[in-house]
Design a protein around this ligand. Structure first.
Ligand code: 4AD
Ligand code: MG
Length: 454
């Protein structure tokens, strides 16, 4: 039987004799008669206080129990006289499992995010990062719940692929390392070009056109050399794909998806939310509550451009029909104009990839982006072009080799159906859910230009 973790012990409804608790030391304080050790094991934010009497045989160890050390304590769980905690442990024995000396970088004080990024191997031991990663885990689970409850099947799409879904030329190439000193470097994947996937969508579509409702949830890669707070070279994406869905149904599912996750966040991460609200963003809980309560606004791209032009605001990048919405424009719409998440739909076809369904106006495609305050785009999706002739024309227009995408066109050749899907950036969602303003702090080991050390 594993020993109970600190979260379970602190949730006890009665005192308990002879328990064992293990964790890392946050602080140690000595008084005349006893030593107080604050322990955390990452199972929750809270620390469990251990009271260790100086008359115990293990007392000569206490001076070695420094911040960062790991210990195993046996003793009795008793109601604590202190106001800070419900229970504490009266130790009968303290074992020092692993020492930490004064060079341990996480002494009990505030640390900047930049410093913590330089010690990604130790930062999960801080309150902030451990909270973020508990939330990340619970939200990953909730994503599966959301889809599985609605008869979606989880499909594992490949990481290595020859197709460039987004057509933006932002792919990392896969090469094989030469073996032996005389080996010729091979620039390809066993003789053929291959890349790390930017999106599982195209393969996801093949499964939606067989199992009706599917989702992928895995790592995706973008070789864009952009150093911003919301771009990473490796990020996780949730990509549902649904047969018999149009754009409207797609937008509705995306909204339900975000709301479901936030509901689960309130249910499963309340302690962490309080912490983020106190230390990271004092409007977080209010903003998340509004997101749950209010319907997401919907506006066409054309109307959104009008709103931006009429706003009287000086933007760094120009606003004009046919131009991409930049982060500042997206944030203006969500933060200042609608003051809530907003879904922008029907973008100019010149701005979007080949697979999006052309609208009857001939100028726009059935695309949609969900924009949220503080971040901008967290979801991008569309109804897919299900008409073979229009798809082939779009592929030719984008300069795609028809042979390479024949399998994709086959989905339109045999039993084509209207279908739609979207991709939600998991890290972007986590930034929205936690108030953490930099993508590097919501992923365990951030991969951004120049950072892939371990
Ligand atoms: O808008 P994107 O590029 O759409 C696609 O890849 C589609 N194939 C998805 C689909 O329809 N199945 O990316 C989708 C989302 C964005 O809205 C954003 O949240 C996130 O992925 N994203 C990134 N997150 C972090 N770093 C990056 N470099 C990102 N690029 C996109
Ligand atoms: Mg996008």
């Amino acid at each position: 039987m594993p020993t109970p973790n600190i979260r379970t012990l602190l949730a006890s409804t009665s005192p308990q004799q002879d328990i064992t608790v293990q964790g890392w030391v946050r602080t140690r304080r000595d008084s005349k008669a006893c030593t107080f050790i604050s322990l955390n094991d990452g199972s929750c934010l809270r620390e469990l206080q251990v009271v260790a009497d100086h008359t115990l045989p293990c007392a000569d160890l206490y001076p070695k129990i420094l911040t960062g050390a790991s210990v195993r304590v046996t003793g009795d769980l008793v109601a604590s006289p202190g106001a800070k905690q419900s229970y504490e442990v009266l130790a009968k024995n303290v074992e020092l499992l692993g020492e930490a000396d004064g060079t341990y970088p996480l002494q009990k004080k505030g640390h900047t995010p930049e410093f913590l990024r330089s010690i990604s191997h130790l930062r999960p031991r801080t309150n902030l990062l451990s909270s973020v990663f508990r939330v990340r885990s619970r939200m990953a689970f909730a994503i599966h719940q959301f889809f599985q409850e609605q008869d979606f099947f989880y499909v594992h799409t490949p990481i290595i692929t020859a197709s460039d879904c987004e057509g933006a030329g932002e792919m990392f190439r896969v090469t094989t390392l030469p073996q032996g000193s005389n080996a010729k470097p091979d620039q390809d994947f066993f003789g053929k070009p291959a890349y790390l996937t930017v999106s599982g969508q195209l393969q996801g579509e093949t499964f939606a056109c067989a199992l009706s409702r599917i989702y992928t949830f895995g790592p995706t890669f973008r070789a864009e050399n952009s150093n911003t707070a919301r771009h990473a070279a490796e990020f996780w994406m949730i990509e549902p794909e649904m047969a018999f869905f149009d754009l409207d149904a797609d937008m509705t599912l995306a909204e339900q998806n975000v709301k479901y996750l936030i509901q689960k966040l309130f249910e499963t991460c309340s302690e962490e939310l309080e912490f983020f609200n106190k230390f990271i963003d004092k409007d977080l809980i209010t903003r998340l509550q509004h997101t749950l309560e209010k319907p997401f606004q919907r506006i066409s791209y054309t109307d959104a451009v009008e709103v931006l032009l009429k706003s009287g605001k000086q933007f760094e990048y120009p606003v004009a029909w046919g131009e991409n919405l930049q982060s500042e424009h997206e944030r203006f719409l969500a933060e200042e104009h609608f003051k809530s998440p907003v879904t922008v739909f029907n973008y100019p076809k010149t701005l979007k990839p080949f697979y999006m369904r052309q609208n009857d106006d001939g100028k726009t495609v059935a695309a949609m982006d969900v924009l949220v305050p503080g971040i901008g785009e967290i979801i991008g999706g569309s109804q897919r072009e299900e008409r073979l002739d229009l798809l082939e024309a779009a592929m030719a227009h984008h300069g795609l080799d028809p042979e390479g995408y024949r399998w994709y066109a086959d989905l339109r050749r045999y039993g084509s159906v209207p279908h739609a899907g979207y991709g939600m950036g998991f890290e972007r969602f986590l930034m929205f859910a936690t108030g953490v303003s930099n993508i590097r702090d919501v992923i365990p080991f951030a991969r951004t230009p120049g950072h892939a050390d371990f």
